[in-house]
Ligand binder design. Sequence first.
Ligand SMILES: Nc1ncnc2c1ncn2[C@@H]1O[C@H](COP(=O)(O)OP(=O)(O)OP(=O)(O)O)[C@@H](O)[C@H]1O
Ligand SMILES: O=c1[nH]c(=O)c2[nH+]cn([C@@H]3O[C@H](COP(=O)(O)O)[C@@H](O)[C@H]3O)c2[nH]1
Ligand SMILES: NC(=O)CC[C@H](N)C(=O)O
Ligand SMILES: [Mg+2]
Length: 520
Amino acid sequence: MQARPATVVILDFGSQVSQLIARRAREANVYSELLPYDAAWSEIVKREPAAIILSGGPESTLGDDALDCDPQVYASGLPLLGICYGMQLLAKHLGGTLVPLDHREFGPAQLTVDRADSALFLGVPHESRVWMSHGDSVTQVPPGFTPLAHTGRCAIAAMGDDARRTYAVQFHPEVVHTEAGTAILENFLHTIAGIAASWRMDSWVDDAIAKVRAQVGDANVLCALSGGVDSAVAATLVARAIGKQLTCIYVDTGLMRKDESAGVVAAFRDVLHLNVVHVDAKARFLARLAGVEDPEEKRIRIGHEFIAIFEEESKKIPDVRFLVQGTLYPDVIESKTPDSKAGHKIKSHHNVGGLPERMALNLVEPLRALFKDEVREAGRVLGLPNAIVERQPFPGPGLAVRIIGKVNDATLATVRDADFIVTSEIDAAIAEGKLSPRPWQYFAVLTPVRSVGVMGDGRTYANLVGVRAITSEDGMTADWARLPHDLLERISTRIINEVPGVNRVAYDITSKPPATVEWE
Ligand SMILES: Nc1ncnc2c1ncn2[C@@H]1O[C@H](COP(=O)(O)OP(=O)(O)OP(=O)(O)O)[C@@H](O)[C@H]1O
Ligand SMILES: O=c1[nH]c(=O)c2[nH+]cn([C@@H]3O[C@H](COP(=O)(O)O)[C@@H](O)[C@H]3O)c2[nH]1
Ligand SMILES: NC(=O)CC[C@H](N)C(=O)O
Ligand SMILES: [Mg+2]
């Protein structure tokens, strides 16, 4: 039997980014397993861990019944790394002091390393940018520990006890916006815990194909195909597994961008040679959304309508038992599902949190543990063209979550026209070499906020359009793109001049966290 790879166990206290720790371990060629925060010690030891990482989480360790792990974790003698909530837990258990809420820090911060000789900070610059998302802070380290780094608002941003091989960071090394994050995690995994970089992901695609084959057998299968990266990769992978048993369903929800539907269906039939059925469901979605303003209600109604359509389509083909969706980990964690015991719901992604309770079809979701850029990599391995692999994400609920307030023909026309201006101006700037690299995602949002303007010497009282452009790698964290001012000016002028009912444009300069990418 093959020896078990050296494993790092990650205990998940419900952070939105816990799965990113697993992903960074994969990148460092270390095998990892994410377990619920309260996994029994007997379960943990079954994995023969070489180290344990305690994740962040939304709760406070200062609460009466704060979430905690099996006490054997602290006594195990294994190398430990606490991240955010995990750091606070280590401080609480090992005799440090914590204070609530008076050092809140969300988003970017400048980290200064105070102990460059610490194994955790080998090769990390004296100053670098980190990503913070916390209310509580450690104000005194436990006996045996040394403070290792600070930020302007957090005096103890990292601490360590070399003898115990126990370290903790208040910031999130697992997110890409923490510049030295990878180095810090690799220092912990390789140098401190001594885990060799020996695990490889090369066979992920082959494994995934084999798993799909085993799951569906000889049944027929539908794939919800949006034209986006995730469903394109999922469909191609499933087609490799089961060939002609697969039928793809593209739903035109009426919530799509300008000229979207025709392009998608042609590309997937002609380029990928998939069998694609085009369902025109504009009227149904608009009827379902009539008068609805609450973002969660919109998402749930859209999710249910999608499934109703897939179930109807499944009845037109014999023996359909499965539905493939291009669900990714960010959809899962933000929706709050049993996959994460302690996480909070941020929004119900239509394909996860928006599903009805009872479904006639079983889900096949080969990408459920992956992040966007890993899916893009899998797409390249499968030979998909760049035009598909590099497409910017577009949420399934589409323009419905980019209209704050009621969705109807008029609001859809406004946001669609504004969005077309944003995307075409940004695309033109890229083509002319005036903007590089391409922002990860960019779009317009229609708000119900009205303000007073003066156009042609007359008073206007019209709507505000928000413009959002972000940089990101995986959609879990994001920063606002520094677009050139003249590009912003052109976008603003064109929207005001060309889109009726809009007299003001604002550029969104909020990172994620604390905001999310979409406004709803
Ligand atoms: N218009 C649609 N028709 C059919 N299925 C859809 C549609 N929109 C979304 N889906 C399903 O919901 C899943 C999640 O949507 P999501 O937008 O996250 O992924 P995607 O569209 O495949 O990729 P991307 O995130 O790059 O847009 C899709 O993978 C697909 O299975
Ligand atoms: O298929 C989807 N169904 C959804 O319900 C949904 N909501 C957000 N998104 C996309 O996910 C990424 C992260 O977005 P948020 O920061 O707004 O959650 C961004 O790329 C969003 O466009 C969705 N995709
Ligand atoms: N991201 C985290 O782990 C936050 C921990 C805790 N909820 C705080 O606000 O301090
Ligand atoms: Mg999409």
